[in-house]
Design a protein around this ligand. Structure first.
Ligand code: THU
Length: 125
């Protein structure tokens, strides 16, 4: 699974986004160490705080299936903007994939970040 393929799977997941309130559709594709891929989309709610981001949908799907080792996650938005993960998603990534790589689209190109760049001092217990 190369970076371009993972980004394309994130775009596929984005098509399933449920975002009637913001109109901002996000997709994620999470690559596990065993080569399996978990996709996720944002799922909004009339009670806005109940919304789940695309990244957390993908991570929670994987963890609930017993998969906890990940190598990278691709995150895209349908409008072509760069979908930088929110603080809550970064914190969830810090829990399960602190060494992971995050693939984003910037100006139509794939840009790779280390989680530590986006969350230099994540909370740990
Ligand atoms: N969103 C994500 O899916 N991932 C992020 O990291 C940031 C925000 C979603 C949540 C909400 O449905 C919409 O984008 C607008 O905030």
């Amino acid at each position: 699974m190369n970076d371009k393929e993972l980004i394309m799977l994130a775009h596929e997941a984005c098509k399933k986004s449920y975002a009637p309130y913001s109109g901002f559709h996000v997709g994620a594709a999470l690559l596990a160490a065993d080569g399996s891929v978990f996709s996720g989309c944002n799922i909004e709610n009339a009670s806005y705080g109940a919304t789940n981001c695309a990244e957390r949908t993908a991570i929670f799907k994987a963890v609930s299936e017993g998969i906890r080792n990940f190598s990278k996650i691709a995150v895209v938005a349908s409008d072509g903007s760069t979908a930088y993960p929110c603080g809550i998603c970064l914190q969830v990534m810090n829990e399960f994939m602190p060494e992971a790589e995050i693939l984003l689209e910037e100006d139509g190109e794939i840009k790779s970040y280390q989680l530590k760049e986006l969350l230099p001092k994540g909370f740990i217990l």
